[in-house]
Design a protein around this ligand. Structure first.
Ligand SMILES: [Zn+2]
Ligand SMILES: [Zn+2]
Length: 241
């Protein structure tokens, strides 16, 4: 696989098993000053590696290739055509207005969706707490001093955090600058917190006031990927006193 940004050779890294069990391939440009990484990801629907590959990051963020094709799923022959200088207009990124954070009202490259609203990471951190406030959660099957009066639903939320990649099915936390100062542990905690807050908001929307049997699972872990899945049973509880 040639590097889509500079056309040079890449180094293939294969990950058969991550934290979960999904295989992934990444192609890193051998030119350090280019620093491009292409990713071929696992397709959960076909249960195979996707045919398509996307540009996940590069040091040449001012290049037209980055601006036009970042995160766009491309077939290997489409990548070849782009490297040879062809423009695939139908596949190129639409130029989007930057998202405005609902909290600080400033444009943000980072977009975090909470409920239906978009926030920058800083504002989202404070709102994550608010989103799930008042909903109790436990890993066990009951709460001391409370009785369960109704079982409502089993819900699952997935939160995947990759630099600049909208990779989540329900949740998304991205850093579109592609740079990445947070440690893996910080990201993991953020992804966990975010997934739990979303699950709590689903519990509230479903008419519940608590979650039982809450379980976290780490779905995938590769390069800069952090994936957390949280599931639980939404219930209504009532104090015994
Ligand atoms: Zn390159
Ligand atoms: Zn903000």
């Amino acid at each position: 696989m040639r590097c889509i940004v500079c056309g040079g050779p890449t180094n293939l890294l294969e990950k058969k098993k991550g934290f979960g069990s999904s295989p992934l391939k990444s192609f890193s440009c051998l030119d350090d000053s280019c620093g491009s990484v292409l990713i071929q990801e696992y397709d959960y629907k076909t249960k195979e590696l996707s045919e398509k590959i996307f540009l996940d990051r590069t040091k040449r963020t001012d290049s037209d290739i980055w601006k036009r094709y970042k995160y766009i799923r491309l077939l290997p022959d489409e990548i070849e055509r782009i490297v040879s200088g062809e423009r695939l207009h139908s596949l190129e990124q639409k130029v989007l207005e930057p998202d405005i954070c609902e909290g600080c009202k400033r444009p943000t490259g980072q977009v975090i969706e909470l409920g239906q609203k978009k926030y920058c990471w800083n504002c989202a951190k404070t709102n994550i707490e608010a989103l799930g406030s008042g909903i109790m959660a436990t890993t066990s099957s009951s709460f001391e001093g409370y009785k369960i009066i109704k079982y409502l639903d089993i819900e699952s939320v997935e939160s995947i955090w990759t630099p600049g990649f909208f990779g989540a099915t329900d949740a998304r936390i991205t850093d579109s600058s592609g740079t990445n100062n947070a440690t893996i542990e910080e990201k993991l905690n953020a992804a966990k917190k975010y997934a739990l807050a979303l699950l709590k908001s689903k519990a509230r929307a479903a008419g519940g006031n608590a979650l039982i049997g809450v379980q976290f699972d780490y779905k995938e872990f590769f390069v800069n990927y952090v994936g957390v899945v949280v599931n639980g049973t939404i219930v209504r509880i009532e104090s015994l006193h």
